[in-house]
Design a binder for this molecule. Structure first.
Ligand code: G3P
Ligand code: MG
Length: 249
C-alpha cells in the first residue's frame, strides 16, 4: 500500500501543450504555463553520447526536419535540427532541449513536472541511471518533488532503487491482471493508465488500493470531467486551457 502523501494536479500539460505548440520543446512548456497548467509531462532519453534530452519517438522523423533513429545521433547533431517548423513557421528554430534546459525553465517559471523515462530501444538501464543522476544534481531537494514515470519496468526498478525520494508512476498501456503486483513490487505512488482502458471499476480498484491515478491523453472536456467524477486524480492533456475550463485546478 503506498503511504506517501500525494498532491496531484487535475491537469498536466502533455509534452507541454502539444496541441498548440511543438511537443517537448521549451515553447511548449511556456505555452502550457500560459494556458494555466501548473504541471507538465515530458519524455526524456539519451543521445548517442549519453546526453539527456527531450523527445517522444525513437526516431526524429515526425518532430524534426530530419530523419532516422535518435539513438544514432550525438547531441551536437540533434542540436542542429529544427524541431519547431513541423508544427508551424512561428516555431521555426525550436530545439529538442537538453534536460538541463527544461529543468532550468521549470525552476524559473515555477512549473512542476512529470519526467517520463522513454529510453531509446535497448538503452533502458543507462537512460534511467544517467537521467536520475542528472536530476539529482540539477533539481534541488527543496523544490517540489517531481513524478518519475515509465512504461519500462527496468527503468522503474532503477528509480525505486536509486532515487527513492522521487514520486514514481507506473505507466500502463493495457489492463494487466497483475497490475497491483507490479505497482507493489515497484513501490510506485501513482498508476498512469490509458484513457481507452479507464472504466469506473478499474478506477475504483486503483483508488481503493491507495494509489494516485492519472489518465493519458485526454483532450475532450466532457471525458475529462467524467474521469474526475469517477475518482481519477488528474489527466494528461495536449490542451490544458480547454480541460482546465472543464475541471478546474
Ligand atoms: O505519461 C503519459 C503519456 O505521455 C504516456 O504516453 O506515449 O504520450 O509518452 P506517451
Ligand atoms: Mg509521455
Amino acid at each position: 500500500m503506498p503511504i506517501r502523501a500525494l498532491s496531484l494536479p487535475k491537469v498536466i500539460g502533455h509534452r507541454g501543450a502539444a496541441e498548440a505548440a511543438p511537443e517537448n520543446t521549451l515553447a511548449s512548456f511556456r505555452e502550457a504555463k500560459r494556458q494555466g497548467a501548473l504541471w507538465v509531462e515530458f519524455d526524456a532519453k539519451l543521445s548517442a553520447d549519453d546526453r539527456a534530452f527531450l523527445l517522444h519517438d525513437d526516431n526524429i522523423d515526425r518532430t524534426s526536419n530530419s530523419a532516422g533513429p535518435a539513438r544514432a545521433l550525438s547531441y551536437d547533431e540533434i542540436r542542429q535540427l529544427d524541431s519547431g517548423s513541423w508544427k508551424g513557421s512561428q516555431f521555426a528554430g525550436e530545439k529538442m532541449p537538453l534536460l538541463a534546459e527544461a529543468l532550468s525553465l521549470f525552476a524559473q517559471e515555477g512549473i512542476q513536472f512529470n519526467l517520463e523515462l522513454k529510453p531509446c530501444p535497448g538503452r533502458a538501464r543507462e537512460t534511467a541511471r544517467i537521467i536520475l543522476d542528472e536530476l539529482g544534481h540539477l533539481w534541488p531537494a527543496a523544490k517540489p518533488r517531481p513524478l518519475i514515470s515509465s512504461f519500462v519496468l527496468e527503468c522503474l526498478e532503477i528509480a525505486r532503487d536509486t532515487a527513492p525520494d522521487y514520486l514514481r508512476g507506473l505507466l500502463l498501456e493495457d489492463h494487466p491482471a497483475n497490475w497491483l503486483d507490479l505497482a507493489q513490487n515497484l513501490k510506485v505512488d501513482t498508476v498512469n493508465i490509458w484513457d481507452q482502458m479507464a472504466t469506473p471499476e478499474w478506477v475504483s480498484e486503483i483508488k481503493g488500493a491507495g494509489y494516485g491515478l492519472l489518465v493519458y491523453t485526454v483532450n475532450d472536456a466532457a471525458r475529462a470531467k467524467q474521469l474526475i467524477e469517477w475518482g481519477v486524480d488528474g489527466v494528461f492533456t495536449d490542451a490544458p486551457a480547454r480541460i482546465l475550463a472543464a475541471v478546474g485546478q
